[in-house]
Design a protein around this ligand. Structure first.
Ligand code: MF3
Ligand code: CO
Length: 250
């Protein structure tokens, strides 16, 4: 229940892990082309993690079977890599949590496959902007729910829906720590005051249509109930007195 503060040297370790994730994303971005399967992207991730001496945090987590989450089009989060082949006009979320020297970091990007429809391009842009609105609101002295408010306002002003069922989280020696970082405001729950040294993953998940989601029979893959496209961007950030420091950059 307690939020674990991280010292400057601990934050530097999380940043090292975050840099590995960003570097792997740079490789994966190039691989996202029509004709590649999500299993092949997972394989590239496994090889890259090995090369950097890092470990996937999702592999084996509550039985999750893969090193990477790959969520295509209507898939929101926790898509399992497999035979699905990408085609022009698709979008794919790559969500990678990893650890290096015992410290985790977590990041996600949604990448277009070739050219996508203008509304889908806008969905990607608004979701990434919402992440940065959340990061801008994440400063010592503010409340936790200032983050969710910033994210929610930006997404709904654009006419898209925020997924409520999944949220961000603290990051550290474990992939998931307190607090839960909502992408909306729970009435009557401002949340704790943000303190320098908190490390959290902010991760808006946005649906082009309605906010409802459901889980497929595989027990993992979360999809939009109405089948419309969904996007997800995530960074692990350190709360400081001024602007938060993004720890998952290359
Ligand atoms: N990166 C995901 C997150 O933000 C973790 C998914 S791992 C899974 O929480 F094992 F739960 F799929
Ligand atoms: Co996360």
């Amino acid at each position: 229940m307690a939020i674990i503060l991280k010292s400057q040297s601990e934050r530097a370790k999380i940043r090292e892990t975050g840099r590995i994730i960003a570097t792997i994303f740079a490789e994966l971005r190039k691989a996202v082309q029509p004709g590649i399967t999500t299993a092949e992207i997972d394989q590239l991730t496994i090889e890259a993690l090995k090369r950097y001496g890092a470990k996937s945090s999702s592999l084996g987590y509550h039985g999750y079977p893969s090193s990477l989450c790959t969520s295509v089009n209507e898939e929101v989060v926790h898509g399992i890599p497999g035979k699905r082949m990408l085609k022009e006009g698709d979008i794919i979320t790559l969500d990678l949590a990893a650890s290096y020297n015992g410290w985790h970091a977590d990041s996600a990007i949604t990448v277009p496959v070739g050219t996508v429809a203008p509304a889908v391009q806008r969905l990607l842009q608004v979701t990434e902007e919402a992440l940065y609105r959340g990061i801008a609101a994440a400063r010592a002295g503010k409340r936790l729910n200032d983050i969710g408010r910033a994210v929610y306002r930006h997404v709904t002003a654009a006419g898209f829906s925020v997924v409520r069922h999944y949220s961000g989280h603290g990051v550290g020696r474990s992939m998931h720590e307190d607090p839960q970082v909502l992408n909306y405001v729970e009435p009557g729950y401002p949340g704790p005051r943000l303190k320098s040294g908190m490390v959290i993953a902010i991760e808006p998940m946005v649906i082009l249509g309605d906010e409802e989601t459901r889980v497929l029979e595989d027990g993992w893959t979360v999809v939009s109930a109405d089948g419309t496209y969904t996007a997800h961007f995530e960074h692990t950030v350190a709360i400081l007195e001024g602007e938060a420091e993004v720890l998952t950059l290359g």
